[in-house]
Structure formats: structure tokens, C-alpha cells
Design a protein around this ligand. Structure first.
Ligand code: TMP
Length: 206
């Protein structure tokens, strides 16, 4: 696969949207053909699953049902968008990917990490991001920002302890495989955050 696969991760209110736009500018500025996408979602079918996942429901959602829906959306996204792009040499910038599943479903919801790893292999084979940027912030700060955006989705209404576990899982993933991750302190100024992001992207250049 010729294209590079970059994922952007972090808890709620870490500034993913602003920084995703910065990365797109950086890629365009280096004349790199790229595609920006997101999870859950990224295709019309997978976006329908996203709605199902993020909307509030009248019944309690079983953790395993949620996990399988996330991987169903991911299978569709990989087949229709991510793999074809990478095969054509197009770089893929994805707002969240499987690290979010480890963090939210594994850390947050307490689902079995081994089962998540099993699904990861089933759905992705050996495909993993080349670089994962984790925007890290104290969850109380992040949620204060998320609250300002308006109505909260089915994940954003979780307890602070849930977001602490999400954060700790991201940090643990980065600790275990440091070569793939860059943890960026998202409480710094935007300029400092973006300087760090650009430095992390440089080594991917051909
Ligand atoms: P966002 O696009 O605003 O980040 O919202 C997506 C939400 O979905 C976010 O709260 C995290 C959640 N999510 C999971 O729980 N597991 C996953 O695997 C992914 C990709 C997202």
C-alpha cells in the first residue's frame, strides 16, 4: 500500500476538528493526495450506523451490540473507502479509528480487550495506521469544551470516570507501542499543538 494511514484520536473536546483541518492544510501544502474521513462513518451506509450509535435510545444498548456495530461500520469503511484509497497511493486521514474502540468500548465500557483485538484482526487483517496522533487533555477540561458545543450525544453523557478510563487507555496504548503513537498535550496553545503535529508528520514524507 503506497498511501499513508494517519488517525487522529482523543477524548471529547480535545480539538480534533480544528487540528484535522490543520493536518489537511499540511498535506495539501506538501502536494500529497489525501482523503479525510471519520469513524464511526465515512460511507453513506456506515454513517447510518454512526447515527444509530450516537443517537440516544429508548432501551439500554448492550456493549457487545455496540462493539459489533462499530466494527460493522469499520468493515464497510475499509472496503469502500480506506483500502481503495491507500492502494491508489492516496493518504488517508481518519478522525478516530480502532484505538477509539479500545479506549471507549474497552476502557470506558469495560469490554474485553482480547475480544476487541480479535475483531480488529478479523476486520482489518494486518492493516494498522502508520501514525496515530492522540490529543490528550484532562477530561474535565475536555468535557467543559464539549458542553459548549451544544447537545450531548450518547457517549458524551457518560460519567467523568468513563472519560478518565478512555484517556488512560489511550495513554496505555501509546506506552505499549510508542513507535506508532504521538501523544500531544492538547491543553497547550493551538500554535504549540500544531507545531507538535507537524513534527510528527514530517517523518512520513517520502
Ligand atoms: P466524534 O466524531 O465527535 O468524536 O464522536 C464519535 C463518538 O463515537 C465519540 O464519542 C467516541 C465514539 N466512538 C466509540 O465509542 N468507539 C469507536 O470505535 C469510535 C470510532 C468512536
Amino acid at each position: 500500500m503506497a498511501g499513508r494511514f494517519i488517525t487522529l484520536e482523543g477524548g471529547e473536546g480535545v480539538g480534533k476538528t480544528t487540528n484535522k483541518a490543520f493536518i489537511e492544510q499540511w498535506l495539501a501544502g506538501h502536494d500529497i493526495p489525501y482523503l479525510a474521513t471519520r469513524e464511526p462513518g465515512g460511507t453513506p451506509y456506515a454513517e447510518k450506523i454512526r447515527t444509530l450509535l450516537l443517537d440516544h435510545q429508548t432501551e439500554a444498548v448492550d456493549g457487545m451490540a455496540e462493539l459489533l456495530l462499530i466494527f460493522a461500520a469499520r468493515a464497510q469503511h475499509l472496503a469502500r473507502v480506506i483500502r481503495p484509497a491507500l492502494e491508489q497511493g492516496v493518504w488517508v486521514l481518519c478522525d478516530r479509528f480502532t484505538d477509539a474502540t479500545y479506549a471507549y468500548q474497552g476502557g470506558g465500557r469495560g469490554l474485553d480487550m482480547g475480544q476487541i483485538a480479535h475483531l480488529e484482526t478479523l476486520v482489518q487483517g494486518s492493516l494498522r495506521p502508520d501514525l496515530t496522533l492522540i490529543l490528550d487533555i484532562e477530561p474535565t477540561l475536555g468535557m467543559a469544551r464539549a458542553n459548549q458545543r451544544g447537545e450531548l450525544d450518547r457517549f458524551e453523557v457518560e460519567q467523568m470516570s468513563f472519560f478518565e478510563r478512555v484517556r488512560n487507555t489511550y495513554l496505555e496504548l501509546a506506552r505499549l507501542t510508542p513507535a506508532r503513537y504521538q501523544v500531544i498535550d492538547a491543553s497547550q496553545s493551538l500554535g504549540q499543538v500544531q507545531q507538535h503535529i507537524a513534527a510528527a508528520l514530517e517523518p512520513l514524507l517520502p
